[in-house]
Design a protein around this ligand. Structure first.
Ligand SMILES: *Cc1c(COP(=O)(O)O)cnc(C)c1O
Length: 349
């Protein structure tokens, strides 16, 4: 194995405890969508299932292996097959009024209702919530409403987000006794004291990023993963020769280069810019900035990347390194969906 991810399970525990400190007795929804943000869905699910109240996934297939824990499907109900055979531990998100047309009256459904407070991606309009709930209660005794939620899409704009929370509160607080889960805060909201204060009336939070320590490091959350690789090969280059695509690099003296089997496809060179939520912006920002920022380390020493990371390999300056060395890679796990082997490490590192 020359490329792997080490996942520090105790740090995930630590992060969950930190969330609990911040939000008090609210329920915690542990988000494991997108292969648990790249860290291995089933392993992470097993690990956190006793530490959170329910899990949340992005797609139906992500819930398949989860049998002994309730799991909320966050995505819109475009996949009609979810209505055919709802598993007992599956909680659907009712995100539009038409979804009721697919309900099979012979089956039992557990749902959270998603209210659109401004993200405009999906959802029931707040003004329609009461009549929607009335309709369900009147006509669908087989649907159990267990939660109501919304998503805050622009948390760095606190003023705007406070308006959003207020809107959510206005239309949902009255259901607090009726539904167990009333939730709007995700990671960035959990981190912001004003937003936490405004969301006091809610009874649950959804934690993704923050649980894995992708964000919140300044607030005591811990990064729960590191990527490592060893070189697959080394290669000698003479002074004056150029190396790699575009001949962008010219050896100043005789040198040895190393080939690391990690590249763009694994997410190397793709940093995570916390405040941006769209991957593509992130990618562009990263491509611009990673030239200046070291992304590969050997025992704490920054290693020179030669040219840019390629699609599946990266060339490094191997002077001063050894074939047995373990190179640490600064990279985002977000897009590394299932490609990378993860080792789960218990105990403090
Ligand atoms: C992904 C997602 C989350 C988790 O967000 P984080 O910022 O990673 O905590 C919460 N809610 C919804 C609806 C999501 O899609």
């Amino acid at each position: 194995m020359s490329f792997w991810c080490e996942v520090y399970v105790d740090r995930i525990n630590h992060n969950i405890n930190k969330v609990k400190e911040l939000v008090g007795d609210k329920k915690i929804i542990g988000v494991i969508k997108a292969n648990a943000y790249g860290l291995g869905r089933d392993n992470i699910a097993n690990h956190i299932k006793d530490k959170v109240d329910i899990l949340a996934v992005g797609e139906l297939k992500d819930a398949e292996n989860i049998i002994d824990k309730d799991v909320l499907l966050l995505s819109p109900l475009s996949q009609k097959e979810v209505f055919l055979n709802p598993k007992e531990n599956l909680i659907l998100t009712l995100d539009n009024e038409e979804a009721l047309d697919y309900i099979n009256k012979e089956k039992e459904y557990r749902v959270h209702i998603y209210v659109d407070t401004g993200m405009n991606r999906m959802g029931i309009k707040p003004q329609r919530l009461d009549s929607f709930i009335e309709k369900i209660e009147g006509n669908f005794k087989n649907i159990k409403i267990e939660g109501i939620y919304t998503h805050l899409h622009k948390c760095h704009d606190v003023e705007q987000t406070l308006v959003q929370i207020k809107l959510f509160r206005k239309f949902t607080e009255k259901y607090k006794e009726k539904v167990e889960y009333l939730h709007c805060l995700a990671s960035s909201g959990i981190l912001n004291s004003k937003l936490r204060e405004a969301a006091k009336f809610t009874t649950a939070v959804r934690a993704g990023n923050i649980m894995y320590g992708y964000i919140g490091l300044a607030d005591g959350f811990k990064k729960s993963y590191d990527y490592y690789a060893k070189v697959d090969a080394t290669y000698k280059v003479k002074a004056g020769e150029t190396i790699g695509y575009g001949a962008l690099y010219k050896a100043k003296s005789d040198m040895t280069i190393g080939i690391i089997p990690v590249g763009n496809i694994h997410g190397l060179g793709v940093a995570r810019e916390i405040r941006k939520s769209f991957f593509y912006d992130v990618f562009r920002a990263a491509v611009r900035s990673f030239k200046e920022r070291p992304i590969i380390f050997n025992n704490g020493r920054a290693v020179e990347v030669i040219g840019k990371p390629n699609m599946n390999v990266t060339i490094i300056n191997f002077n001063g390194s050894n074939v047995e060395d373990k190179f640490k890679l600064e990279m985002s796990p977000i897009i590394s969906d299932g490609l990378i082997e993860c080792k789960y490490i218990n105990g403090e590192k």
